[in-house]
Structure formats: C-alpha cells, structure tokens
Design a protein around this ligand. Structure first.
Ligand code: M6R
Length: 359
C-alpha cells in the first residue's frame, strides 16, 4: 500500500533511513559487533577471492561492496555483470567464493551463473530481499536485506540495503581475520549517521523537485561523473535517470571525459559531479571546470567536509567508505522528479519489468 504517496518509488526512497536502522538491529549487537552466521564467515574466510555477480542496480551496489571487502577485510574482490559472466567465465582463483546480489532473488541472468557455480561446486551466498526466492534456495548461504517489499521498478532502497549489508559483512570478515581497518570501523555508528543523513536529504524534496525542473526536465542527455566510489554511484544515478525519465544519461569516470566523451558537451548539457573522496575531489572539480568552459551546466553533490560555497547539494559527512549511501539519494530524487514532472508513470517505466526472469 503506498498510503498517501503518489508513487511507490518516493515511498521507498523515504524508507531508506529505516532500512539502515533495521539492518543495524538485525545484524549488529548493541556494542556494534556483527551477528553473522559462523559457517558463512568460515566459508568466506577460506576463500582467496570474492566474485560478486549481479545485474543492473545490484551490480552497481556490488561495485561499492567490492571496495568495502577490499578495504575492511583485505580480500581481493571482483565484480561481474551476470549476463556476461554466464557465458564468458573468466579464469578463477584457486578458492573462489561467490556473492550474488539480487533484490528479487529471481533474476535469470544471475541464476544462470549460480547454476554454473553449483556445478563447479563452489560455495556461494545470495544477498536478497526475498526470503525463499530461487537464488536464495539455490545458493549455499543467504543473507536477507530486510528492506520490505520493493514495488517500483526503479530500485532504490534495495541498493542502499545491499551496500549497508556488505559493509556489515566486510566488517565481520575483517574482524574475524583480526584486521585493524575492520576493528577500527564502527559500522553501527556509521549506519546511524547515514540514517540521519538520508533523512535530512529526503526532507529536502522541494529542492530536488526544483533542480530537476531547471536542469533535467528539458534536456535530451545528462552526465554523472566521479572517481572511485563516486564513479560507482554515478553509474547508478545515471541508470535511475535513464530508466524512469528517458533522459539519455551516462555515468562516467571523470578522468575519462577528456578521452572522448567531452565531445558531447554542448551549451547547457547537465553534468553532475559527485565529490565525496578527499583524494580525488580536486581532480573531479577540475573536470567539472573543463566541461563548464565548454558550456555545460554543472551541478555538484559534495560531502560537507569537502564542500565549497558554490556547491549545489551538500551531503552530511560520514566515513569515506560509506558515502555512496548518501550520495545516491539526490540522484534517486532527481530521477523521480524528472519523471514525475514529465507526467510519466514513475513506478512502471516503459519496456521494463520488476524482475527479469528471462535471459
Ligand atoms: O532483482 P535484482 O536485483 O536481481 O534485479 C537486477 C536488475 O534487474 C535491477 O536492479 C534493475 O536494474 C532495476 N530496474 C534498476 O532500477
């Protein structure tokens, strides 16, 4: 039931602070130590490499997750698109462990990979929102997202839930392995900060409505750019915009623009820069200046700690490894309001289904 909301998507965007709190309750003790099945932790610990396999938004959540597993648990992690992996399996490490990210637990492309993985007798974990879903039943282990049903075709709360749960799992793994980075990382406190930060963002709906109207409503195309984690989020926010507002959008590694794509910049082309990583903030700002000099309409989404007076949207500061949970929210809201202001059916974009059960 969407209650007083015009569309499920907006309701689901609004639910994200509570999803963060719920994951914290389910998977963390009061003292912040993770509560994760010991067999699962042992199975992952004995692997030499993680392979995250997923499609669409879940793939984008995997890109963020990989950085968490590498930085907190020190385990090399690869992320793959299911439909590619299924028929072009790369050379695997000696002891691979597979993580399937899937909101629905029914995505045929991901299932095809799981069937191959099972045939090869490799252990696996499905992280899903749907108990008893096909991928949950067929993997060795399951962790549930507890995000509540996601009805809108455009995935929002499942993305942030997948990232939060991967952060918890990475913390658990790193701690089990006595890694200092994991021991020093207070995931419980971070998720509380993230929940409050998300709330502050979703309370600013009028700002995003206005920005969508001025920057995105009449444009044929748009770019999201960033580096590292901000690049991963730019892929997700571009997908959101494409699928519900039909604006041709691309997420770009900001350093790559000058290697070709900058040729597409014209007067008033929207270029949205995501800046949450101290190391690369200056570089992405230069890239924004380069496109602005060619007429682009630039918009910035920046964490408080890195913000300058002219920035468009300022995000509350959280640990740099967790910023994706906040920087994605403006992109979700911008996509929503662009679609809404175009009079489109936000929850049911053309040509798309909620779960994609054919390859
Ligand atoms: O249920 P899954 O997470 O496996 O679905 C994967 C994709 O089909 C899904 O994320 C799709 O990209 C969404 N429509 C994106 O908003």
């Amino acid at each position: 039931d969407k209650g007083t909301y015009p569309f499920y998507m907006l309701k689901e965007i609004d639910e994200q602070p509570n999803v963060m709190r719920k994951l914290s309750q389910v998977y963390l003790n009061d003292d912040g130590t993770p509560v994760i099945n010991a067999d699962l932790l042992d199975a992952i610990k004995s692997a030499d490499r993680l392979y995250i396999v997923a499609a669409g938004t879940s793939y984008h959540a995997g890109l963020v997750g990989a950085k968490l597993f590498e930085s907190l648990a020190g385990v090399p992690t690869e992320v793959h698109v299911s439909s590619e992996f299924a028929y072009n399996q790369p050379l695997l490490s000696k002891k691979p462990f597979f993580i399937f990210l899937t909101q629905s637990g029914e995505t045929a492309d991901s299932r095809e990979v799981l069937l191959n993985v099972n045939e090869q007798k490799f252990p696996s974990l499905t992280i899903t929102n749907v108990p008893n879903s096909t991928l949950s039943r067929e993997a060795t282990y399951t962790l549930l997202l507890h995000a509540g049903p996601e009805i809108a075709v455009a995935s929002t709360k499942a993305y942030t839930a997948q990232i939060a749960l991967q952060a918890i799992l990475a913390k658990a793994l790193g701690e089990a392995d006595d890694q200092a980075a994991a021991k020093d990382f207070d995931v419980k406190q971070q998720l509380a900060l993230v929940a409050n930060g998300m709330q502050a963002l979703v309370d600013e709906k009028a700002t995003f409505d206005k920005l969508a109207k001025s920057a995105l409503l009449h444009t044929p195309n748009a770019f999201y750019i960033g580096r590292g984690l901000d690049y991963a989020v730019s892929l997700e926010t571009a997908l959101k915009l494409k699928e519900i507002s039909y604006v041709q959008a691309e997420g770009f590694a900001s350093g790559e623009l000058k290697h070709g794509t900058i040729a597409l910049i014209e007067k008033d082309t929207p270029v949205i820069g995501i800046i949450t990583q101290q190391k690369t903030a200056g570089l992405t700002r230069s890239n924004l200046q380069e496109v602005a000099a060619r007429g682009a309409k630039t918009i910035t989404i920046v964490t408080d700690a890195l913000a300058k007076p002219d920035d468009t949207i300022v995000l509350p500061t959280v640990d740099e490894r967790m910023t994706a949970l906040l920087s994605v929210v403006p992109g979700q809201l911008l996509a929503y309001y662009t679609s809404l202001n175009k009079g489109l059916d936000v929850d049911k974009p053309r040509n798309l289904a909620k779960s994609v059960t054919v390859e």
